[in-house]
Design a protein around this ligand. Sequence first.
Ligand code: TYM
Length: 325
Amino acid sequence: MKKRIFSGIQPSGTLHLGNYLGAIKNWVALQDKYDSTFCVVDLHAITVPQKPAELRQKTIEVAKIYLAGGVDPEKSAIFVQSHVSEHTELAWILNTITKLPELERMTQFKDKSQQHNQNINAGLFNYPVLMAADILLYDTDVVPVGEDQVQHIEITRTLARRFNQMFGETFTVPEPYVVEEGMRIMGLDDPAKKMSKSAESAFNYISLTDDPDTVREKIKKAVTDSEKEIRYSDEKPAIKNLINIYSLLDNIKPQEIEDIYRDKRYSEFKNDLAETIIGFLEPFQKKYNEIDDGEVRKILGEGAEKVRPMAENKMREVKEKMGLI
Ligand code: TYM
């Protein structure tokens, strides 16, 4: 039997190269080997305020990004979280075995409650429990994500083990899957912080919808450091980050890039990097623009139908084990 992977992205903010390199690129690489399920996690997105019309549009857009990025609906199920109600049902049950300090520790909760200090709602606090439900419903073995989500997978593992101990073997304990160079793509304007959907400045990220001139401008402005040498080192986080992006998009090792540019100027390196990014984005965007909304809705409908029986079976098992008649 094939092992299973599950992952998801929130339909909020601007999807950027970090989302592609940290997550989608790996999904595509893994979908042949694993039984794959990719979800547009709209119920997670509403833990911060969303405008209904925008949320509707973003949900379709994110599914299109999966498809344009190479997720193949013949091989992988693609669906919307709120279309399979077992996600919220299992989340409630898992809430009852989650300890408050376990949630209080979560870095994303601390960051988001600072950003949205007028709206620290219970959903934001319970966010990792819903994520655990997403993963555990499908007997997921492997969860391909960026590093910022690893803490949420740790709590998922804790909850799976705890439930199994209390009620008998029910859930598979999942493993995170992260790729060293892509797990933490940093902001172009600040290599100390990750590239982020909710960054204040558009110079923080390369959006998956940026046109060639915007990419050139953003890479030109990307911070480097005072030294002139192009070196792949933790002492040079800005250059290291740019080399990582280059390396993942061109499928060459960081050390090879270092060799190629050793005696060259930053400007030459940056020009080539910008063209590499454009070389990735152009066909991606062409594919994205060719995908019809109606087709996406059909794929999402079929995806939900495909995963629903699994979710229903798991919920039945959970209820039985817990004594819910
Ligand atoms: P989200 O929507 O914030 O991000 C989607 C994916 O992109 C990765 N990512 C990055 N990777 C590398 N560098 C970056 N700068 C960067 N920024 C974002 C994230 O790690 C993630 O893999 N809670 C999740 C969504 C979710 C989920 C799930 C994921 C809900 N349920 C179940 C896996 C399994 C989130 O907010 O991701």
